[in-house]
Design a protein around this ligand. Structure first.
Ligand code: SF4
Length: 393
């Protein structure tokens, strides 16, 4: 069955909003185009393959293609490097000889690559509609409003350190940079939370409620000292002020649609069907899923666990399906499957189709830069401050 048709039960039909004005793809010397020319859309897989290969060969060392682990195989096979969002942004910075960094991932990743890469390097996101539904759940206006309300409520006692997950727009990273905060990834979130509590009494964590909660629990903060901030109705509860006053961590009400599909019943079923199986999940899953699992950790951690496991190991994994399928294919000596049998690919990652890759690469061969991502200088400066605080840990 084609992967897409297995997703009939998915409710993920969200159309990405326009990029925020401060960070939207600029048009100076580059062309933003959401609509791919029709003839690319009509090309066969074989034609796209040879066109991509030919363009790559012509561009040589001037080009580096980065592929996030959640990309489909038809894209990953062209990636010079694979990784999670942070590793790829660092790799981009480590390849100054490449004039063009084609980022096969989603928008916030291309922004981070632009912030960390050299000024002469151009970062290209083949399809500008490839965003991240979780990142879009917090925008700068909402975060600034939240910040003001928290300061109003807490007064001199506020002492809040903002932490944004890597999966956020550049202007939110910049907000953290300007306000004594920091960025975290799913691998270093515990160390980042520790850093924050050595500087303040409270943490405002956005945009992923679940990564924030799972990390806070690991740090030793009980659920009673956490409060969830719903940007659509922040003070809905009559006791909102008291809840905020006694909180140590304020969790933004955002989530990853891909990781929210996993549940404890799936874990129980996997254990009943395959005694001894190891359950390995991502910390963007709900608390109860993380607690019921044998192991949890970032995308890179999940890959490491499988790579280090002996032949015959059995894994039920709760993360994006393209990565799980690839791990199963690359480790036939182990038994690996996705915890949710009808899990869908991340719908926004899926927007990078080989046709978009062929289009932007052939544009580069012709001297035309299509869909470049440029973060404006002030946002880039403060976002880099927050990223560098993380890197210094
Ligand atoms: S898997 Fe989730 S967090 Fe990652 S890009 Fe997709 S929606 Fe965003």
């Amino acid at each position: 069955m084609p992967l897409q048709s297995a997703c009939a039960s998915s409710k993920e039909e969200r159309v990405l909003p326009l990029l925020y004005p401060e960070t939207r793809v600029r048009h100076n010397h580059s062309k933003r185009n959401d609509t791919i020319p029709q003839h690319y859309a009509e090309m066969s897989g074989e034609e796209l393959d040879w066109r991509i290969a030919k363009a790559r060969a012509k561009l040589g060392e001037r080009l580096v293609i980065l592929g996030h682990h959640y990309q489909r195989d038809e894209i990953i096979k062209y990636a010079d490097f694979r990784g999670d969002s942070f590793k790829l942004a660092q790799l981009a910075a480590a390849r100054p000889e490449a004039d063009y960094i084609v980022f096969c991932g989603v928008h916030f990743m291309a922004e981070s690559a632009d912030i960390l890469s050299a000024p002469h390097q151009k970062v290209i996101l083949p399809n500008p509609a490839a965003g991240c539904s979780m990142a879009d759940m917090a925008n700068i206006a909402e975060v600034e409003e939240c910040w003001e309300m928290l300061i109003d409520t807490l007064g001199d006692d506020a002492s809040i350190i903002p932490i944004t997950y890597m999966n956020s727009a550049a202007n939110l990273k910049a907000f953290c940079g300007r306000n004594g905060g920091i960025v975290c990834t799913s691998s270093n979130a515990p160390a980042v939370v520790n850093w924050a509590f050595s500087r303040g009494k409270r943490v405002l964590f956005f945009p992923d409620e679940h990564l924030g909660r799972n990390t806070a629990l690991k740090y030793g903060i009980p659920e009673e000292q956490m409060v969830v901030w719903d940007p659509k109705d922040p003070m809905a509860s009559d006791t909102a002020d008291e809840e905020i006053e006694r909180s140590h961590i304020i969790l933004w009400k955002g989530y990853c649609t891909t990781h929210m599909r996993f549940n404890v019943q799936q874990i129980e079923k996997a254990r009943a069907e395959y005694p001894g199986i190891k359950i390995l999940v991502h910390p963007e899953c709900r608390r109860e899923v993380v607690e019921a699992a044998d192991l949890y950790g970032s995308t890179e951690y999940i890959i490491q666990q499988v790579e280090q496991a002996p032949a015959g190991s059995q894994w039920a994994i709760a993360t994006e399906i393209n990565l799980v399928h690839r791990l199963a294919k690359e480790h036939p000596e182990q038994f690996i499957f996705c915890l949710d049998p009808i899990v869908c690919p991340c719908s926004t990652m899926y927007r990078i189709h080989p046709a978009y890759l062929a289009w932007v690469l052939e544009g580069l061969v012709e001297g035309e830069v299509i869909n470049q991502v440029i973060v404006n200088d002030e946002i880039a400066y403060w976002a880099k401050v927050a990223l560098e605080r993380m890197l210094a840990l």
